[in-house]
Design a protein around this ligand. Structure first.
Ligand SMILES: Nc1ncnc2c1ncn2[C@@H]1O[C@H](COP(=O)(O)OP(=O)(O)O)[C@@H](O)[C@H]1O
Ligand SMILES: [Mg+2]
Length: 174
């Protein structure tokens, strides 16, 4: 049972495109119509109220977890927040206890391996109000601009952008 609210997403998209939060059943048809414009496959997920995290994986190793805090917490980390506004806050250290951060890193690594992903990637996750972690997706080609999340996590490990690029390339060549 998903219950309400829920979120409707296109299966084949990214950048929060085509997603709608559905608060009551009347909103469902329009949310479906929006998502289906991106392709036939549409999915529904339980709405998670809580904090949002992202976990970078390179060479079978999970990097320091980043917590993201979009300014508009009534909505979600949408396209505008990702690319057009500058009002999302990022936290490293992420504020989780050491045990919770390790647990989230382990979950992310397990998911990465389960889909047979290789080399590097980034996993988006949330923690609900009861403290449970939910993995949202695996990005197999995450953003790599100088202000993207992968360089941010690498920097927390003392790895600058050039070193990061070489490290990723080395995985790919093996
Ligand atoms: N089940 C959910 N409950 C609450 N918010 C969600 C949920 N799924 C996604 N979101 C929000 O939507 C954003 C984008 O979702 P995500 O699944 O990461 O797809 P993508 O980043 O590929 O567009 C997330 O960063 C999060 O803010
Ligand atoms: Mg995402």
């Amino acid at each position: 049972m998903l219950g309400l609210p829920l979120i409707i997403k296109p299966v084949h998209e990214g950048s929060s495109i085509g997603m709608t939060k559905v608060n009551n059943l009347d909103e469902l048809p329009a949310a479906y119509a929006t998502a289906v414009q991106c392709g036939d496959a549409v999915m529904a997920e339980r709405w998670i109220t809580g904090r949002e995290f992202t976990i970078v994986i390179i060479d079978d190793e999970a990097y320091p977890v980043i917590r993201l805090e979009p300014a508009d917490i009534t909505n979600f980390y949408d396209f505008e927040a990702k690319y057009n506004r500058n009002d999302t806050s990022y936290y490293i250290p992420c504020g989780l206890s050491a045990a919770d951060e390790k647990h989230l890193q382990d979950l992310s690594l397990a998911a990465f391996r389960a889909v047979d992903a290789k080399g590097w990637g980034r996993i988006d996750a949330m923690q609900d109000e009861a403290g449970n972690f939910w993995l949202l997706e695996i990005n197999t080609v995450p953003g790599m601009t100088s202000h993207s999340l992968v360089p941010m996590a690498a920097k927390a490990r003392g790895m600058d952008f050039d070193a990061l690029c070489w490290h990723i390339l080395a995985q790919t060549l093996e």
